[in-house]
Design a protein around this ligand. Structure first.
Ligand code: BG6
Length: 349
C-alpha cells in the first residue's frame, strides 16, 4: 500500500526491489479507493448502459471536475504528512486511479490485464505541464488557523510534527488534459485538500450547452443554456445525480435545473461495504483488477514529479508563503482563478 515511493525514482527502485522477489502477477498494490463500490461502479455505469458511453467524449463533454475534499486536518500525522503533501497523499494515487477508470477506453474484456492496459494509456496521455508556468496549472495552498464546528483549530504550520517554515501543500488544484482522440480539448480540473468545507469525493461531468437557446423571456433574454451535469458521488451519500432543465409549471416558459437522483441507500437498502474487505478478498482470490499495476504507478509519478519540479523551481525563484485558506473554505483564492481564467467555476457539491 502507499506510499509506493516518494517520487518516480524511489518508486522505480521499490518496484525493482519487489520485482527481484515477486513477479507482477504476484504483486497487489492496494489503492483503497479502488475498493470503494462507487469507484467500481464507474465501470458498470459506463460500460453496462447504452445511454451514457456515446456521450463520454469531447463532442459532448465540456469539462470534468474531480473533487476529494476532507473536513478533517492532518489528524496527528504531521510527521508523515509534512513529507508528503496533498499531491502525493491523494492525487498521485487515489484521484489518478479513479480518473483513469473514468477516462479510459472500453477494455476488450474485463480481465485484469485488459483493464490495466487501458488505464495506463490514460495516464501516459496526460499532457506535460510547462515548468515555467506551473502556477497556471497546479495551485497549492495551506490551511491557516480557524474553527471547526465552533472549536478553534491550529493552522497547518502549528500542527505537531510540521516544520514551522513548511512549504508542504494541504490543498492542491490542477488543470490537466488527456491528449487523445476521446478527450482532446476537454479540461479536467482536480482538487483535493484537508480542512475544507466538507467531506465529499465526486466526479462532476459538465456537458456542452445546447447549440441554440430557443427560449427567451419577455425582455428577449435567452434562457435555457445552463449545462447538464452528471455527478458521480463517490462518498458520502453515495449515488449518481443528473442535472437537467425543466419547465417551471405556469403560463410562461421558464427553464429551471432539476435533478434525477440515484442513491445506494434507497435503491439497494444497504450501505457499501468497507473498501478493504473487497480488496483483501480479491487479493486472496488472485484477482488484480482492482489493484494498481506497476506501470500505472510509474506513469502517475512521472506526471506528479514534473509538478513537484515546477513547484521547486517556483520556490527557488520566490519563497513567498503558500496561499492560505481558512478551515471550512473551499480552498485558496488562486484555485478559483485557475477556473475563472477559463470562464468556469468550481462546483459546490
Ligand atoms: C489516505 C490518505 O490514503 O486517504 C489520508 O493518506 C486521507 O490523508 C484518506 O484522509 C482518505 O480516505 P477516505 O477513504 O476517507 O476518503
Amino acid at each position: 500500500e502507499k506510499p509506493i515511493g516518494h517520487d518516480l525514482a524511489s518508486a522505480r527502485a521499490l518496484n525493482r526491489l519487489i520485482g527481484e522477489i515477486l513477479d507482477e502477477s504476484q504483486t497487489y498494490r492496494i489503492d483503497h479507493y479502488l475498493g470503494k463500490e462507487t469507484v467500481q461502479n464507474i465501470l458498470v455505469f459506463r460500460f453496462a448502459n447504452g445511454l451514457f458511453e456515446p456521450l463520454w467524449n469531447n463532442k459532448y463533454v465540456d469539462s470534468v471536475q474531480m473533487t476529494v475534499s476532507e473536513a478533517i486536518g492532518i489528524e496527528g500525522r504531521g510527521n508523515y504528512y509534512d513529507q508528503s503533501g496533498t499531491l502525493r497523499d491523494m492525487v498521485q494515487n487515489h484521484i489518478f486511479q479513479f480518473m483513469s477508470l473514468m477516462a479510459m477506453e472500453p477494455p476488450g474484456t474485463f480481465e485484469a490485464s485488459a483493464v490495466h492496459d487501458e488505464k495506463v494509456k490514460v495516464l501516459r496521455a496526460l499532457r506535460e505541464l510547462p515548468l515555467s508556468e506551473i502556477d497556471k496549472w497546479a495551485v497549492r495552498g495551506q490551511y491557516g488557523p480557524g474553527f471547526d464546528q465552533g472549536k478553534p483549530v491550529p493552522g497547518y504550520l502549528d500542527e505537531d510534527g510540521v516544520q514551522k517554515n513548511s512549504r508542504t501543500e494541504t490543498y492542491v488544484a490542477l488543470k490537466l488534459f488527456v491528449d487523445n482522440f476521446r478527450w482532446a480539448g476537454v479540461p479536467f480540473y482536480i482538487r483535493a485538500g484537508k480542512r475544507m468545507a466538507k467531506r465529499v469525493s465526486e466526479i462532476g461531468i459538465t456537458f456542452k450547452s445546447v447549440p441554440h437557446a430557443l427560449f427567451t423571456d419577455n425582455l428577449g433574454q435567452r434562457l435555457g443554456r445552463e449545462p447538464n451535469v452528471l455527478a458521480l458521488r463517490i462518498q458520502p451519500d453515495e449515488g449518481i445525480t443528473l442535472k437537467f432543465l425543466s419547465k417551471v409549471p405556469g403560463p410562461t416558459i421558464e427553464p429551471r435545473p432539476v435533478t434525477m437522483d440515484f442513491r445506494y441507500g434507497t435503491s439497494f437498502g444497504t450501505e457499501p461495504p468497507e473498501a478493504y474487505e473487497r480488496l483483501l478478498l480479491d487479493c486472496m482470490l488472485g484477482d488484480s483488477t482492482l489493484f494498481a499495476r506497476g506501470d500505472e504507478v510509474m506513469a502517475s509519478w512521472r506526471y506528479c514529479d514534473r509538478i513537484l519540479r515546477g513547484w521547486a523551481e517556483q520556490d527557488a525563484r520566490n519563497r513567498a508563503p503558500l496561499p492560505s485558506y481558512e478551515p471550512g473554505a473551499w480552498g485558496p483564492e488562486p484555485a478559483a482563478t485557475l477556473l475563472a481564467r477559463d470562464g468556469r467555476v468550481w462546483r459546490r457539491p
